[in-house]
Design a protein around this ligand. Structure first.
Ligand code: MG
Length: 292
């Protein structure tokens, strides 16, 4: 199933969506009881999923505004750095990976950082160009994992039973800040720097270890990879993070970006005002935003 957060009839609600048919079923009607947003749906998902009925009249997707699937995560989005082999090499070669030596390009353990919830924007929302703050704006197409059942000390073997579904994340990055401040939080956390969506797709619809990840700047294909190339797979990421940090329903893990980001080119191809960045992942749709 695909779930979106939509604005419909002047209010925000969760809906089941069928993008091919162009239909959305607001969840209150489909379930016969109210749901208090996507986080509430995620927390109650196991209990309610069998009762969602799509026999009512859908609304047209053309009549609704689609928000990010989790418009305000309740805490920081967990992100993974340098998690595709080719990207790890291009990042280290670029000189923007502060202090990293060429022989240290491939991390031995997952690199985890985070982005604050306020960075999240929807498909189609403008990404704000941070004039006077950074002039090296880059994109990172990523598979986002949405945790369903929380837990601490989750083993690799159990990891997928804690995943509710997936969405697309664009881990926008100010490379100069990432490099100069020797820590990634600042350069990853500028306002509007986390486009997410367009919807959340439940885990039963996808093979997460075999998804094509593509990213265009305007009409130029920049990134084209498969999640099978991840250095640390999803179970390893969940085991690593949850070892000492309790994961909660609705937590999001952005699994890292493949090669082809702006700093992978020589000279770097940073985004300019007016550029459109579009991310597509098989089964998850397209996430497209203009830097303005
Ligand atoms: Mg990233």
């Amino acid at each position: 199933m695909k779930f979106a957060t939509i604005q419909y009839n002047g209010r925000q609600t969760v809906a089941v969506v069928d993008p091919e048919a162009g239909h959305a079923w607001p969840i209150d009607a489909a379930l016969g009881e109210p749901v208090d947003g996507m986080l509430d749906l995620i927390r109650r998902f196991d209990e309610i999923k069998g009762r969602i009925k799509l026999d009512g009249q859908p609304v047209s997707l053309a009549e609704v505004r689609i928000e990010a699937p989790i418009p305000r995560p309740f805490r920081n989005i967990l992100c993974v750095g340098k998690n595709y082999h080719e990207h790890a090499h291009e990042f280290t070669r670029s000189g923007f990976d502060a202090g990293a030596k060429v022989e240290d390009a491939i991390p031995k353990k997952p690199i985890i950082f985070s982005k604050p919830p306020e960075t999240v924007i929807a498909d189609g929302d403008p990404i704000r160009y941070p004039h006077g703050v950074s002039d090296s704006i880059d994109y990172e197409a990523e598979l986002g994992v949405v945790i369903g059942k929380g837990g601490r000390g989750i083993s690799k073997a159990d990891a997928y039973s804690h995943v509710l579904g997936y969405t697309i994340i664009n881990d926008m990055t100010a490379r100069d800040l990432q490099s100069e401040h020797k820590q990634w939080f600042l350069g990853k956390s500028l306002d509007t720097f986390c486009p997410m969506g367009p919807w959340l797709v439940t885990a039963d619809e996808l093979e997460p270890e075999n998804l094509v990840v593509k990213c265009w700047i305007n009409d130029e294909l920049r990134q084209n990879a498969n999640t099978s190339d991840l250095i640390f797979d999803i179970p390893t990421l969940i085991e690593t993070i949850s070892a000492g940090i309790t994961l909660y329903p609705g937590d999001i893990i952005a699994t890292g970006t493949p090669a082809g980001v702006g700093i992978g080119f020589n000279p770097p191809k940073f985004m300019k005002p007016g550029d459109r960045v579009t991310v597509e992942i098989s089964g998850l749709g397209r996430l497209s935003n203009v830097l303005t």
